[in-house]
Every structure is written in structure tokens, then in C-alpha cells.
Design a protein around this ligand. Sequence first.
Ligand code: DGJ
Length: 749
Amino acid sequence: MAIRFDEKRKIFFLNTKNTEYQIKINDIGMVLHTYYGASVDQADMSYMIKEIDRGFSGNPYECKNQRGISADTLPQEYSSDGAGDYRVSALSAVMANGSRTTDLRYKAHNIISGRENPTGLPYVRQENDKVDTLKLVMEDAISGLLVTLHYQVFADKDIISRYTEIKNASDAEIIINKAASMSMDFCGRNMDLIHFHGRHAMERIPERETVGHNIHRIASKRGTSSHQNNPFVILCDKNTDEWHGDSYGFMLMYSGEHAEEIEKDQAGSIRVVSGISDDHFSWKLSPGDVFETPEVILAYTNKGLSELSYLYHRIIRENVCPKEFRDIKRPVLINNWEGTYFDFDDKKIMEIAKSAADAGCEMFVLDDGWFGERNHDHAGLGDWVVNEKKLEGGMSKIADYVNSLGMKFGLWFEPEMVNEDSDLYRAHPDWALTDPDRKPVMGRDQLVLDMSRKDVVDYLYDSISTVLRSANISYVKWDFNRSCANVFSHDLPSDKQGEVLHRFMLGTYDLMQRLRDSFPHIMIEGCSGGGGRFDAGIMFYSPQIWCSDNTEAINRLIIQKGTSYGYPVSTMGSHVSASPNHQSGREVPFMTRALVAMSGTFGYELDPRKLSDADRSMIRKQIDTFNKYYELIQKGRYYRLSDEATESYFTSWGFVSEDKSEALVTLVVTDVRANPEIIYVKMRGLDESATYELDGILSSIETSPDDAFFESSNKIGNKYGGAALVNGGFAFDPMFGVYPAIQLHFKRV
Ligand code: DGJ
């Protein structure tokens, strides 16, 4: 068992291979967080807590003469509101008599083998891992509120996941105004916070800041996890870098509104609270009702940020994403969106498909515009019926043709949306989230369907399933193209309107699960205008997510790098698109675009008929290279090898197979200079006692300018010691021209 309760000292020990988590119950039943970090061999870490009398930090009545005992200063395992803890709380409730005090104390616990799952929500699957669970029950004896903290310990993977169950065990109604998934207090630490901010087409940009004496709040109130603030944060020591130092990750498995609050308190301790945002949330708990929160994935390492990323990459790939798509080779796809937008018919689609098949693509994805009156983005959403005026012969004709070319066929949907100009909206205006008597806020001229309603989810299941059954479809792109506003359900009474957004997420997850159950062979690629719902919640249903609507390779470097802190390359949808790029106008060589897109799920998003012969002829080579290194890219260890802060003119990253027998390194020079400095990149994760041979080079440039007076020394067949590549680094040849890039493959000899 990875969990032990020391009855005498009232301490819970949760141990993974390299980490330890401790919880202690004090003499008055307060549940205290005493430690999370590297293994300490079950030493009682409660000595870290100093019970100091701090002015204005009050004391529970039974300790009124022990002034060091205060909810405001002791590290809490699940913080609540109203009983003298003035820091950000995880739980806030209003009792039937209007009281806002919740004072949680230990009631019981249970340690079980295996795990329970939060109902209707994504979770970390047990799969082939040994998992032990602690269920720790806390009670507010006065109101009858029961809070059960669930801890799932994935010992071999150095992961602990948490979620919380809140039950009204009284005979009166209780309103929950905040129900975070977890909170955790770190005694007296100086830490940095790394979070991932952004905007549409520029998602998950890493930002590192000192945790000062204020409340840092990373949150979304858009109804989705959002482009703007990803529900993943890292806390690390001031001196932590990629390779050294304490790092803690908190990843919420949720696709709706969220908040990660980090507060450094008056005494220098740091609290982290993560869960559903309380901005638009309230939940009515009638007697006997239970509310379950989303799950948070916790990881800790003292080996720096690279190792932290590895822990997340492995758990997401192996225990979060649907296992059907874990080990199979996913097809290199071509998507018609940037190639045609809405301007297509069956003839054009078939021509593009033929040209893509000839070039070596493995799946054709028909994007937006194939249904209803969807000839532009003002109409049709909700009417999931093939537009036979555009696609004569229906979907099966296109799918059969694509299949006959040896490619799979995929289709775009945007299930949770409706246009005013649609048959669905005309028949059911009350199915949209709109405020009565108010004109709705529009986003891309569309409204959001009320996924909290069963009739809406049933309609979507039926209409989408009908299309999926009508043709040989292997893939669905599931889009979501606006933020929510006017969140009001015409189906719920006024005192339940605070529940709409979470019920919305439960409805979405239910639809995804029902479609997964009915069509287990169909792979769903998540999307929300690119990466607006790029989170571990969606990944439970969808092994890959369109990373960003920005397909421009140089912008993509930071987007994909930022994404890599928490999420594996196997989840990052990444395509080669046309040049000049449609989002930035920048021109980037075809091979550089491909080398960047290869560090993702790889595909093309352009009209191959419009490519130059030279570019088109490169596609097959690119696909062959990607397929050759597929296992290494999708399952190898990923390393960020450059630091833009100090090396602002290039970006480098690499993959090393688990057995260290091969490695792949890519370099993109983003700012080419005359008479350049030599770029040295220290490789990571290699077998330092082995010798590696350079056996594959793919480059955007074949030659250097004539006047470079330089002959390449990076040649196929060169041999390098593993220790040399790690400690000295690889010395890249100078590269000239526009955004040059090179990919090198090394194999152990
Ligand atoms: C936004 C997506 O991210 C794009 O790839 C494309 O599918 C459009 N929506 C279609 O409307």
C-alpha cells in the first residue's frame, strides 16, 4: 500500500516512488497539510509547523487559551470559509439559516486499493497501474456538511490526483458558493509561479513570476478553460530551472471556468487553491445531495521543469487519453480549412483529396461548411445535415472516394453551438443560453447551446450519430468557437442558475462519452478556435487537440513550447499551412514549417494543388520522416533545449527514446545573423557512456551562401560520445537564409 495511517501520531503518509505527501490530524481534529515533496522516509514533518500566537489570527473556541492554534496560520488540507482562516478558501457555503461559517474537522477515513471516479467527469484512469486511494472525511458538525477528500496515489508514476466530494448530510438546504477541487499550504517558502497565458491564436505563453504577498489568480470566466489562462500552474523554487530544483504541478482536469489561486500569507506560507471558478458558480445541495469536483493532477520533482513535464506527459498519454489511440499510429492528415475555408464543393474536395493522397497523406479531414446552410460563418450551426447542394451524393460519396485513395476520412463538428439563422434555433430558441428580455452577446455570430439540458444533448447525440453512421468516418474534429455570455438556462429555476456552467460541462462530457461509447473507433480531435479548450479534461475523450489557430511556424515555436510544460507532443495538433501564412503574413520555408509541425500530431492544412512542384515533392519525404520517427516523437522524452531569454535567436528541442537508443533534435534559427556565433546545444537524456551516430539530417537549406567560406562538419556517419553531447553539446553548422531549420537523428551504436 502506498498509503499508511499512523494511528498513534494521526498522520497519513502517501508515498510514490520518489515523493511523499503527509497529512496530520491535530488534537482538535483539524486536518493539516504537513508535507509534499521528496521522500522523507515517513519522518513526522509536523515539526515544521510553529504554533505562534499571531495577532488577529483567532483561535477555535476550544483553544482559546492556546493562541498558536489558529485556522489562519496552520496549514490546512482543505480550507474553508468563515471559521477564522482569512486566506483564500477552497470551500464557501451558506447554511439554511444564512450562516456562512464552515468549520471542517476530521470525521473518518478509508484506505482502499484501486480508485473511485467522480461521476460524469474526466479522471486519471487506473489502467495497468497500481493505485491506492485515501478517502478522508471531514465534517462541519453544526451544519452537517460532509467533505470527502479523495487522493489517488499512482506510486510508480509519481503522481497523486485529488478531487473532493461535498455532501449535505443535514435535513436543510445548503448553498455552495465555492467548491474547489483542492487546496494545499506550503510552510514558509519563497517560490515562483509559472502559468500559461495567451489569447486566440497565441495560446499558452509561459510566464514566470515571484509569488509575492498578494493573491495571484489564474482564471477563466469564459465558460471554457480558455485561450487566456490554461488550468495548469507550476510552483517552483527561485533557483529551479529545466534540470534542477523543486517543482510542483497542479493540473485541473476541467474544460470549464476555473481558478488557480496562489496566496502568500502574512507568515510567508503559500497556499494553492485549484478548481471550478466561483465567479459564476453556486450549487444548491438539498438534503442528501452530493457535489463532486473535477480532479486535479499533482506532480512533484526535485529534478527541475523537464522532469516535471515528463511526469505529466506520461500520465496524460497513458492514463488520461483514451487508450484506443495510445499505441496505434495516428494518421498524418490533411485538413481543407485553410485551403478552401467555406468555398468548396464535392469536386474541389475530391481534387484536393486526390492531390493529398498522391503526396502521401493518410487521412482527409473535411472542415467547417459541409452542413445546413453553412456557406459562411453566419448560418447553419446546429443543423447537422449534409448540404447536398454543395456535396452532391452526400457524405458517403466523399468518404468512399477518400477511402478509395487509401486515406481515412474525418469530419468537423461544432456541437455546442447554434446560429440564429438555423432550423434548430428557429425550432428551439430556448435551447440557447440567452438572458430573457435581453439581446444576447454574439460571438462569431453564434450562440451557445444549453448543454445543461438533456433534450439538447439528446438532439446532438442523435443528429451527430446519424451523420457518423452515414459514412465511413474515422475522425471527428470537435470545435467550440466563442466564449460564453448571458449564461442563463431556460430550463432551470432562478435559484439554480449558478449551476448552469458546470451542468453545461457535465452535458458536454456526457455527449463526448456517449459518442465515444457508440463509435469507439472514431478519434475525436478537440478544438476551440485552436487551443481554447486545451486541457486534461478534453484529453480524457480526445487524444489530440488542435493546438492553435495560428499555424505559422515561428509563432508556433513558443505556443508549442509553452504547451509542452504540461502536455505531451502526442496531444498537440500541428499542421503545415500555406505561405505567406494566413494569420501573420510571414513567409517561412516549407521544410521549416514541417519540422515545427512534426513536433505534434502532424498534418497539412492547405490546398496541395496550389503548392509549387518543389514543395509538393517534399511532402512525401516529410511524412516518411515523421512516420520513421513516430514512436520517438510521440512517446520519447521531450526536452526543451534552448532558453529564449538568453538565446533569443534560436529555438531547439529534442526527443530521446525511453531506452536512450535514439534521439532527435531540431533547431530553428529565428533571427539569422551575418558572421554568426556558433550555436551549441547541450543535449539531454542520452546514455552518457554510449556513442551516438548522426544517421539522419533533414534541413530547410541544402547549402550555405557561396561566400560563407564554410564547409559543413555535421555529416551523416559522424560519431559523438553521449557524455560529449550532454556536457559539451552539439555544435551546429552556421545556417543562413530565411528561418532555417534542421532536424538531426542520432542512434546509439
Ligand atoms: C476554428 C478552428 O480552430 C479552425 O481550425 C476551423 O476548424 C474553424 N474553426 C472552422 O470554422
